[in-house]
Design a protein around this ligand. Structure first.
Ligand code: COA
Length: 254
């Protein structure tokens, strides 16, 4: 199972479990996570959700081979279902990040209510390096938390940055030793689970309501560009270069 869905008392845990491929996310994995979030939404006994990676790696983002073979088509594609589910989740979402969080591995964090990161965590948004564009409303949300220039640097250059910088940027709540981050994040999720669900639901609604419409519209626009760009020669060259373990040559394109 590449995604583990488990329960620890009132907390539903979603764990990336494909370490041999650095937890790269396939469409089947998006589907499993979208279903799990929908199920959590309708199951009153789930009071908080924790998302975490496996030892030493959070996620290498979209599986590039899967993306090449089965590019997402239409709004019901698993990746878009997942992004809608995580961006509109009514229940508290907590993330525990150790190791690398690439692409959607980082952008999904912008939809979590609390993010705890190990001191070995790294983040990157290599969309332009792949001939793609931002997704998960990150073109809107990252600049909101970090300011325009900080967001532009991360989204345009796509270079990795460390957990200290992510915390300074504003989307990581707290840094912990790698061996402690999962347990701490679970503890925070359990604290949330013990609070009145209605208070948390209304708090989250109130905090998110004003931006929700804009966020969904941005995500839809991003998805249109992203789906087109996936089929363009720049992305094909970037993906091919990744698997051939070489640098891509973008100078051949205007
Ligand atoms: N899609 C598909 N396969 C991936 C992958 C991805 N996003 N990321 C890693 N893998 C695979 C590698 O091809 C390799 O497979 P192999 O053992 O069959 O050769 C395996 O996972 C291990 O990856 P490797 O690159 O050797 O690990 P690393 O520790 O040196 O580097 C990363 C880890 C995450 C920094 C690096 O794998 C990476 O940059 N991945 C691509 C990230 C990316 O561009 N994601 C898309 C964002 S939209």
């Amino acid at each position: 199972m590449d995604i583990l869905i488990e329960r620890t008392a009132d907390v539903q845990t979603i764990t990336f479990n494909r370490p041999d491929k650095k937890n790269a996310i396939t469409s089947a994995m998006y589907q499993t996570m979208a279903d799990a979030l929908a199920q959590a939404q309708s199951d009153a006994t789930v009071r908080a959700i924790l998302i975490r990676g496996s030892v030493g790696i959070f996620s290498a983002g979209n599986d590039l081979e899967d993306f090449m073979k089965k590019p997402p088509v239409g709004e019901e594609a698993p990746v878009f279902r997942f992004l809608r589910a995580i961006s509109s989740a009514e229940k508290p979402l907590v993330a525990s990040v150790a190791g690398a969080a690439v692409g959607v591995g980082t952008t999904l964090l912008l939809h979590c209510d609390m993010v705890y990161a190990a001191d070995n965590a790294t983040f990157s948004l290599p969309f332009s390096q792949l001939g793609l564009c931002p997704e998960a409303a990150s073109s809107l949300l990252l600049q909101r938390v970090a300011g325009y220039q900080a967001a532009a640097e991360k989204l345009m250059l796509g270079e990795p940055f460390d957990a200290n910088e992510a915390q300074r940027m504003g989307f990581v709540n707290r840094l912990l030793p790698a061996a402690e981050v999962d347990a701490f994040a679970l503890q925070q999720a359990q604290k949330l689970a013990a609070l009145p669900a209605s208070s948390l639901r209304v708090t989250k609604q109130l905090m998110k309501r004003a931006a929700q419409h804009e966020l969904q519209a941005q995500m839809t626009d991003e998805a249109v560009h992203f789906a087109k760009m996936l089929l363009a020669p720049e992305a094909k060259e970037a993906f091919k270069a990744f698997f051939e373990k070489r640098k891509p040559d973008f100078r051949q394109f205007n």
